[in-house]
Design a protein. Sequence first.
Lengths: 581, 352
Amino acid sequence: MSTQVLTVDQSRPLVNWSKLWLLAMAGFAALSILTLLGMIIWMSLRTGVPGQPSAYTLKNYAALLGDAYTYKVMTTTLIFAAVTIAVSVPLGFIFAWFIERTDMPHKTVAMSVLSIGILFPTFLKAMGWVFLLHPRIGVINIFLMQLFGLTNAPLNIATVPGIGFVQGMTLTPLAYVMISAAMRGMNPALVEAASVHGVSKLRTLVRVELPLIWPALFSAIIWMLTVAIAAFDVPGVIGMANNIFTFSTAIYFMINPNEGLPRYGLSGAYGTIMVGVSLILMIPYFIALKQSHKYQIISGKSYQPRPVELGRWWLVAWGLLGAYFLLAFVLPLLAIFWVSLLPYVQAPSRQALSVISFERYTQIAFDSALLGAAWNTVLLMVLVPTIIVVFCSAISWIVTRSRLRWRVALDAIAFLPHPVPNLLFALAIAYLALLVSNVIPLYGTIFVLMAVYVVCWISFGTRVLNNSMIQVHRELEEAAQVGGVSTWRILLKVIVPLIKPGLIYTWIWTSLSAYRELTMAVFLASPKSQVLSTYIWGQWHGGGLGDAAAIAIVMIAVMSPLVTTFWIYARKQQHVASSAT
Amino acid sequence: MLYMMIVCVVFLHALFSTTSAHAQKLEQIIAEAKKEGEVTLVASASTFGGKKGFAELENHFAKRYGFKARLNLTGGPSFPQVAARIITEQKAGAKSSTDLYLGSDGTYVTMHQEKALQMVNWSAIFPWVTKEMEIFPQESVLVYASFHGIIYNSNSIPKDKAPKSYEDLIDPALSPTWAGKMAIPAYIHWLVRVSPIWGREKVLAFARKLAPLVGGRLRQGEEERIVSGEFPVMASTGGALEAMWKWQTKSAPLVGLPGSTPATMSYYQLAVPKNSVHPNMAKLLIALMVTRDGQSVLEKHDMRSSHLIDGTLMAKYVKANNLKLQDPKELNEVFQKADSSLDEELTKILLK
């Protein structure tokens, strides 16, 4: 059976509309990605603001490379990213090892504890950390100073390593997900051989397991690096007020300057350099991914590796996980809740207790702008994943089912938004929307946000759906084709039901991403396209710390049941998808 | 012939549009505003009392103009950032994100120079608006005046170690209390304001000594971060006294004082960008803000007001203290003639 799926059959109409539609959708998506990337480079070669005539010039690169501030920002970003990796990857590894490789009790609870971390927006946790570990108002610092009679705060979150630590803590669940998948696929025979030969558990971990999952660890490191470079949440919430500027916040000030007009050209030059760096970083990432297959030599589904017996050490495992949950989730949320009850930020005391009230919460109930932001958020949570699923299905179908020559190029283009910092796409679309605002009045609307979310998360959707489609044998499709069924019907009646878990997983994951997203939204939101994250950011950045805290608590309370249900369902679908392998 | 006709048409169109803009009557504006139905201001989330203040303004608006409309506040970037956005949108041919612009002298000079604002004959249309309130004639209207100065947390800085002027901030005998913890504004306008009093060299020398003491940068409206003790002192903010009055009503430990002698002022103005989506609603809201009703909302929530409106807090304060305030038009000239190299140098020293 070697029927070429996209070759023209003489007995059928010359124009296959359903295939053309799929090609058009995939082509449109690919073109959008390339246009936005091209826009960044184009911006970098121009001066002035969109719409102003400008000659092509390399002035922006000269200005950027000749400014000592650039190197200061780059150094800060690299230190921030290094600390982020140093915190998230080891913690992710330790938790993955406990959950995947040991007999730790209540693993499902442990997995849920880590999953919860992914669900809640990073910037909310960052707000909580300010109230916990700031050297002057951090509750933990005040407690430690009182306990040990210290004159200076022992911990300081308002430093580059400090914000790196917070970012690392928030990315730990993601690192866990990446590493645990590799651990599940690791060949346990080598570990068991070490055990038979009397090698200690620690030595086995360091000498056998670590090298085995090194490709996955390396992939996680590169991934964390790209996320940290682009992250706006933590550097924005903690860094900006404390004179700490990373790549993302520096670009934010180039586009929203306190002196003069936005410097799109300069930010374009910044962006072009970052795109180059990101693409270079992808080379070792791909090499690592390729190498990882060498280690996946599990012989069969029935093979059950013997878990490492923890004995009493399970207490340490749960102690670590509990401490993480407390620090990364419970305490920041409690701190936000506390601040939301006060007329102004104060450390817990008898005096502070006497002035707490729920006044801010009653005000929120009548805030129509907040309702508007909530509506926009829900709209994005529904429309973005739906569009992504449609476009990604078209791309993945062409990549995995067709024999088109350029399908590899299409796959590579679809993957591009993965390594490139997402805020650059936001920057490019802001520029483009301004440029064409006379012809297509989309500037400042929710559609701009929608478009950039779709473009940026296409890479995620195509990775999941490529894997799902590869698992569907061609015979089914070919049989339908022989029976004269159209491509649309084959897609809808044969392929979609088979890849349903992958589709649902993609839908839910991107929906949750739309709920959490701040980095891109903060560059694009206008009064008519406010979402919950930008609304809270506006309050926080405008000095309304208590109001921001109260809205954050309401956002978490209202959205948690929905988000958690989504997540549980997504996990189930992921299991269904993986068990079909 | 064709050329002559085109010239005539263009001339007549320009003449007609100019005449109509100047001759616009309050009734016409109200009729147009009714069709628009809403207005949006992008500014700090606490502006004019935030959500609460805007709800009260809606009621005053309905009473004054005889129809209900939605007055929206969107928490957004700082004054200079909003100005930059409006100008960018205008140059790109897009509609403005905000229907009206709130800012102080420094940014208004830029808006004026960029011709970004609509010409409105405020004092001719609205009987309660005086010529004196039009800081940039037929462009902007003064909504409140503020003393520029220092704010500090009285719990973090004892009275005997507290600064009494900008110079005290860099005094080696006092500065160890706030070294590395002091916040400065995220912009350098406050020092440009002092430059006519101190001179360029003194301003630069001051900035160089200040830079190592800086621990963070805040925008106006972020006084809660001083109240909380996150930063013990903020070197300068527009509205230091008003911030103190506002927070002391909540028993918060905030002290504010003018930073220089004579005290420098900030004149906060409202105007309608040329590319405003709801220009008529914007005009009505601006005019409302300079009525006693509008000022009462400002006073209630922000303790701010205009010294040009009888009976306001600021008018009473100026009268009681027999103060002669800086002439806003002179202040505009300071910014118009501002040496751009001073701006660049100050930015390099303090903000990079």
